[in-house]
Design a protein around this ligand. Structure first.
Ligand code: FAD
Length: 675
């Protein structure tokens, strides 16, 4: 009987990142002669951890306020059961890669929860846990983590093979002994020979090929504007390169000349008209904020203030056209796209992406299904090398996906957020087939927005506010652009702000970010800029309710009072009518106009009212809400809150942090933040 060098790879993905990292691990494993049985954590029928005798590798992301991704919810719930004995997973050897974002609270919480629970249940780590931070770039941790994984897997396999043999021996006499997965014959798994062979780290690794230096004329024919991207320079240009394994192709595409079945709507979602559009910022504002009103009266869309919803937006028409032109596919844009798995693919668990409908047109595929703006990953660059004819360009692409070119990849691709179109503009001899793009471009994700209205004030309507996201040109990315969704919405309502067209919307699952059920509970709301949106909904709601309310604080901030004070009139009216007890505003760029310098940012204003805020939270059991920018504001506000709690309770920072963590747990400190 033959032994496979097999391990189980389980992923829990919300937006596809954990899945694509798991796929990368699978592909690398393949190149190393190891079999990774990869499954989503939700595919419970495919694996059985209670009886798993191979190493297990987990890749899990975290979503929302530290929640498990939807696909991992049942799994996490299952392992948290209090009835499980402390030796439940004693047989398990595992490694775990947790994905998170330090811009959000509870960094990598899902991974940490699984990790500590597995330990409590007796499982042993065979490799240190990785915590990758999307805030600075997942690959900083992911790449070295995967690199080190192979040696650890090799060791774990050989250690487990010994104990596996014991279990095998036992199984021959023990009718309850387990060998292999239940749905497969025992002999398919660890058969007689349990000496698992893996390539030693000193053996040549098939995953990394050596490419010699080639300096002459590097980048010479590349698009002039992208010189930083296309120019090979020492030391990378003089170095031998270790480049990733070529991801195994797995999709065959056919373009059929018949017109595709007409797709009436891209989603089975409400398509709602935009009934009003207002520019909230004045001339000269740094960012343009727009308020849109959606007419949802024809649809069953019950929402509460504090809820958010998704807008399913298309990619920019101009970019789709340019891409099709560049790929030589303009004439075929109405052709129907037929996808099939390649019969000979070496990719494990290859699947046709579920988000591409059958027989959609080529134009539809690029407009509604693929995130064509996604930042180029190294695996994608590696695949593009194969379709680049100019040797200098080919070498440069190899450099950018190589281990030696990591810093250049970060500076010229990751940080400026370069996408496929940027690369095709710069590397003029690169002509990838459609199949490669479908394999590498992720799903076009909807964008979320917080409701800025209460249905009590606006029956049948859903309002939201957004800043038009601008990415000005820079040396690394010479062509400026706007955010996919906000750019599209801004174009839709056009220069005269005439509402036209409609949007596909879906409500997001309700979170805890709601007004307290008891109206007498006092609340503190912190929402600078567009972060004020849900609080407008809160206040409208309260204005329409007959009840005795607790004290209500709102901390708002922006750069300039005259241009960016969103909802000024409405907020001042709320104060005049007593719906809002305290409105505290600050303007970060208004210094030097003769006025006395006030607080610049919301956290400064919080400090100025530390005692009252402390009272609301610590003495009156109040709630503290924060909405808006996750990168800076939410962190600064969190720091301020810890200081306020420390000061008010006269405790040190550690103790104050515990109190703040307690507030979070009690759902009295709630965040709705984004970056
Ligand atoms: P995108 O095209 O998605 O670009 C924005 C992001 O892409 C940037 O954050 C950046 O990370 C990356 N990026 C792309 N290109 C580059 C580049 N060249 N350089 C650097 N980075 C790049 N927004 C609001 O305005 N109002 C709200 O009420 C609101 N509520 C939200 C609620 C929730 C629960 C969440 C998760 C988000 C919310 N957002 C809100 C954010 C919103 O969903 C979008 O992210 C935002 O509007 C930008 O979308 P976009 O498609 O225009 O930009």
């Amino acid at each position: 009987m033959r032994t496979e060098s097999r391990f189980l790879l389980l992923y829990g993905s919300q937006r596809g990142q954990a899945k694509s990292i798991a796929e990368e691990i699978c592909d690398q494993a393949e190149g190393l002669g190891v079999v990774a049985d990869a499954y989503c954590l939700s595919q419970k029928e495919k694996y059985n951890l209670e009886k798993e005798i191979a190493p297990v590798v987990f890749v899990v992301s975290t979503t929302g306020d530290g929640e498990p991704p939807d696909t991992a919810l049942a799994f996490v719930r299952g392992i948290k059961k209090k009835t499980l004995p402390s030796d439940h997973f004693e047989h398990m050897r595992y490694a775990l890669l947790a994905l998170g974002d330090t811009n959000y609270s509870n960094f990598c919480n899902c991974g940490k929860t699984i990790d500590s629970r597995l330990q409590e249940l007796g499982a042993k780590r065979f490799y240190p846990t990785g915590h990758a931070d999307d805030g600075v770039g997942l690959e900083i941790v992911v790449e070295p983590w995967i690199e080190g994984l192979w040696e650890a897997v090799r060791k774990a396999l050989s250690e487990m093979s010994a104990s596996g043999q014991e279990r095998l021996d036992q199984a021959e006499t023990d009718p309850n002994g387990y060998v292999g997965k239940q749905d497969e014959p025992n002999t398919d798994k660890f058969g007689g020979d349990l000496n698992i062979q893996l390539l030693s780290l000193h053996d040549p690794v098939p995953g990394l090929s050596d490419v010699g230096p080639q300096r002459e004329g590097a980048g010479a024919e590349a698009g002039a504007a992208y010189t930083l991207l296309t120019r090979s320079q020492p030391p990378v240009s003089e170095s031998s390169l270790s480049i990733p394994t070529l991801p195994p192709p797995f999709i065959d595409v056919q373009l059929l000349n018949t017109s595709p079945q007409e797709v009436i709507s891209p989603f089975s979602l409400p398509h709602v008209p935009v009934s009003r559009a207002v520019r909230l910022t004045g001339e000269g504002a740094v960012k343009t904020a727009l308020l849109l009103e959606l007419d949802v009266s024809e649809h069953q869309m019950d929402y509460q203030p504090g809820d958010s919803f998704d807008i399913h937006c298309p990619n920019s028409c101009a970019e789709v056209d340019e891409l099709l032109r560049r790929l030589g596919l303009s004439q075929q844009k109405s052709c129907s796209v037929q996808l099939q798995l390649r019969a000979d693919t070496k990719k494990k668990a290859a699947q046709i992406p579920s988000y591409i409908p059958e027989r959609c047109s080529l134009q539809y595929l690029f407009t509604w299904c693929l995130e064509i703006r996604s930042v180029l990953k190294k695996a994608f660059l590696r695949s593009l090398v194969e379709y680049t004819s100019n040797p200098a360009e080919k070498r440069r692409l190899q450099e950018l996906c190589s281990k030696q070119g990591s810093a250049e990849y970060n500076s010229f691709i990751r940080d400026p957020g370069l996408c496929l179109l940027d690369l095709l503009r710069a590397f003029t001899s690169c002509l990838p087939p459609l199949s490669i793009l479908i394999e590498h471009l992720p799903k076009l994700q909807p964008r979320s927005y917080s409701a800025a209205s209460s249905s009590l004030s606006h029956p049948g309507k859903l309002l939201f506010v957004f800043n038009i996201v601008e990415f000005p040109a820079c040396a690394e990315r010479p062509i400026p652009r706007r955010g996919v969704c906000t750019g599209w919405l801004a174009d839709m309502v056009s220069s005269v702000l005439q509402p036209s067209g409609g949007v596909f919307v879906s409500l997001r699952p309700s979170s805890a970010f709601h007004l307290p059920a008891d109206p007498t509970v006092p609340i503190v709301m912190v929402g600078p800029g567009t972060g004020v949106a849900p609080f407008i909904g809160f206040l409208q709601h309260r204005y329409n309710q007959e009840a005795a309310f607790g004290e209500t604080w709102l901390f708002f901030g922006c750069r300039y009072k005259d241009r960016e004070f969103l909802f000024r009139e409405e907020l001042e009216n709320f104060v005049a009518r007593g719906t809002l007890t305290h409105l505290k505003v600050c303007f970060s760029r208004d210094a030097g106009d003769g006025e006395e310098l006030g607080p610049k940012y919301v956290q400064h204003n919080l400090h100025l009212h530390a005692q009252q805020v402390g009272n609301v939270l610590l003495k009156q059991n109040g709630c503290f809400y924060v909405c808006g920018d996750a990168r800076n504001m939410a962190k600064d506000v969190n720091e301020a809150l810890i200081e306020i709690v420390g000061k008010e309770l006269q405790v040190d920072k550690l103790e104050a942090m515990k109190v703040v963590a307690g507030l979070r747990e009690e759902k009295r400190y709630l965040q709705d933040i984004w970056s």
